[in-house]
Design a protein around this ligand. Structure first.
Ligand code: ADP
Ligand code: MG
Length: 474
């Protein structure tokens, strides 16, 4: 899996020079983030962290990840429409996890009232690592699928140009010309635009639901601008604004400040800290509305870790995707070992197995956004402490994926240039639109490669651990 620039990696003067060119190129291309100090102003911005060099990705695994994306779109959509499956799967989790329980209550309330929404839009990102088997052959293994607020589809479209310039500077023009073009934000916007069109009101707007702290605004602007280019109006509002100014009419049409909203695109709302009581009420209002939610609450629940674990049980995929044996095979090939820790004999055995050999596993709570998983000694201690109490049910256990590290340099504002042993995570963006029972769009929309130093077990770009990267297919 070695990249063809091993020869320059230890040439310090060349690397130093390339790094300063890379940073300016990133700023010019718009690989930007607001700063920690001024997270809600664009007066001072900096580059989003990225690798100096592209990382090698086996082309067969890259193609495999693209080839299974439409299957994952179908699967997520099928789960979101399967009331019994979500109910059964999350029954034990919602007894102990208050956040999942609250989402689930909204889901049930909306179903009881009857869905006002008839057009459905899914934007997800399926994340993978390249597991290094005993014989050294890498295999594509899914880490998770993000069904809400999957980010970096915008900024990632700009890293190839930066890495291309770095490679040229280092005398690797041929390699530079092989970097793939990639523009997920365009694909995401096409999905949003399709949903907007099917909603069927020319004057209605698309509403991005955004965070209180908006450091990653430029990533979102990439999608917004694609919509403006299609003459679709975009507004940005927080849950708080929705609580104060949102309303439904008799037909459950959603209005914000008197403007009708066709599509609600959440870039917020996936972790407990996003919600106070008013924000929960705002979320309920949005979910009850006729507007197309991306995602609707059922699709958000389809992306929980507990659902992921249940999908790996023999027979579950077949039940969810009847008559699609090939899709089931492609999906299953990407699964790592996943285990239920529900109270009972099965869970006891699994917990004992993990306690005996903690370095082979990852313990995951029902949380998103990075930094929540437990590894090694910490994993063992937590499992020993909670033993067979119901709290154990709020976690799932997963085989630890072990990629082959590679050398790279991570560029981060205000940090010294340092060589690191790194591992990468590949994400593929999926977009689909369904009208009633009919799928009218189902696509893979582009990719995201994120890389981090091996000493960090967990955490994404927003969490300050991983950095943006570009795949170099080998
Ligand atoms: P989150 O929803 O918080 O992003 P993830 O399941 O994506 O949760 O895990 C966060 C990070 O932890 C991943 O980006 C990856 O670096 C690491 N990780 C997760 N699962 C595994 C695994 N099975 N093996 C190795 N590393 C993992
Ligand atoms: Mg993740």
């Amino acid at each position: 899996m070695a990249a063809p620039w091993e020869d320059v990696l230890r040439n310090e003067p060349a690397i130093q020079e390339a790094a300063s060119v890379a940073v300016d190129a990133a700023l010019l291309e718009g690989v930007l983030m607001r700063t920690e100090g001024e997270p809600n102003a664009s007066d001072v911005v900096n580059y989003a962290p990225f690798t100096l060099l592209p990382s090698a990705v086996p082309s067969v695994l890259f193609e495999q990840a693209y080839a299974v994306q439409q299957d994952f779109n179908l699967l997520v959509d099928a789960i979101s429409q399967n009331k019994e499956f979500l109910e059964d799967t999350l029954a034990s989790t919602i007894k102990v996890d208050d956040f999942t329980a609250r989402l689930f209550r909204i889901h049930m309330q909306v179903l009881e009232e009857g869905l006002a929404q008839s057009v459905f839009l899914g934007i997800n990102r399926s994340d993978y690592m390249f597991d290094c088997g005993v014989d050294g052959t890498p295999a594509l293994k899914q880490i998770e699928i993000n069904t809400i607020a999957a980010s970096f589809g915008g900024l990632t479209s700009r890293t190839a140009a930066v890495h291309g310039q770095v490679l040229k500077m280092l005398g690797k023009s041929k390699e530079a010309s092989r970097l793939l073009p990639n523009n997920p934000s365009k694909g995401l916007a096409l999905g949003i635009a399709k949903a907007w069109e099917l909603y069927g009101s020319q004057s209605a707007v698309v509403m991005f639901v955004v965070e209180e702290v908006q450091r990653n605004i430029f990533d979102q602007r990439c999608v917004e601008n694609e919509l403006w280019n299609r003459n679709i109006r975009v507004i940005r509002k927080r849950f708080r604004d929705v609580f104060e100014k949102g309303s439904l009419d008799d037909a459950k049409r959603l209005y914000m400040d008197g403007q009708e909203v066709a599509v609600v695109y959440y870039r917020e709302g996936y972790v407990p800290k996003n919600y106070d009581q008013q924000n929960w009420e705002a979320r309920l209002l949005l979910e009850r509305s006729r507007a197309v939610k991306c995602p609707d609450i059922a699709t958000q629940l389809a992306g929980t870790k507990k659902v992921q674990q249940e999908l790996s049980r023999p027979g579950t995929l077949e039940r969810l995707l009847p008559g699609r044996a090939e899709a089931v095979t492609r999906i299953r090939a990407t699964f790592a070992g996943l285990y239920s820790l529900d109270v009972g004999e099965e869970g006891d055995k699994i917990a004992a197995m993990a306690i005996a050999d903690p370095d082979q596993f990852v313990l995951k709570p029902q949380r998103e956004g990075g930094g929540n998983n437990l590894y090694g000694e910490e994993l063992r201690q937590v499992l020993e402490k909670i033993r067979d109490s119901p709290e154990r049910t709020s976690y799932i256990l997963m085989d630890k994926i072990k990629p082959q590290p590679a050398i790279n340099y991570l560029l981060r504002a205000h940090s010294p240039l340092q060589v690191s042993e790194c591992i990468s995570e590949l994400g593929i963006f999926g977009v689909y639109v369904r009208q009633g029972k009919e799928m009218v769009m189902n696509k893979a929309a582009g990719h995201l490669l994120r890389t981090k130093a091996i000493e960090h077990a967990d955490g994404g770009v927003a969490a300050g651990v991983a950095v943006l990267d570009t795949p170099y297919l080998v």
